[in-house]
Design a protein around this ligand. Structure first.
Ligand code: C2G
Length: 128
């Protein structure tokens, strides 16, 4: 039983998010998503359109996602990896190297970010 974990805001869900989740899910038997809370998004200087509850509701409907947990701080990942017996941590390549401190605890994989789509691009395009 291989457990994979990834983290993010997943606001205005788009095909780049799905492509990440699909590839992450294929790396194990169970995929957990640490979903940034609205309060943590403030620390990330991000303001999500959808509330945490609605972003969680949406993520839980995705076939690739088995469990959604709140991401409330930058320093919960080691505890999460231990608490959920995580084998593999996955993030998009825009985070390349940022989470290598997890290497003593689990496999760390950065997957190529999907080009041509992002939540900020959606917002910008809709403003025009
Ligand atoms: N992503 C991607 N391709 C895109 C957009 C996003 O692969 N075109 C990936 C990101 O690399 C990330 C995940 O989808 O792995 C979620 O993206 P965001 O919601 O933007 O997450 P972020 O705000 O980067 O938060 O502790 C980690 C942070 O919570 C990550």
């Amino acid at each position: 039983m291989k457990t994979v974990i990834t983290y993010g805001t997943f606001d205005l869900l788009h095909w780049g998010h799905i492509h990440l989740l699909e590839r992450a899910a294929k790396l194990g038997d169970k995929l957990i998503v640490g979903l940034s809370t609205d309060e943590f998004n403030e620390q990330k200087h991000k303001e999500a359109y959808h509330s945490y509850e609605h972003r969680k509701y949406i993520l839980e409907a995705i076939r690739y996602v088995d469990q959604v947990i709140p991401e409330e701080s930058w320093d919960q990942k080691i505890k999460d990896v231990q608490k959920y017996n995580v084998d593999t941590f996955v993030m998009g390549s825009d985070w390349e190297g940022q989470f290598d401190f997890l290497k003593p605890y689990c496999e760390v994989i950065y997957l190529p970010r999907t080009e041509g789509i992002s939540t900020s691009k959606i917002k910008k395009d809709l403003e025009e």
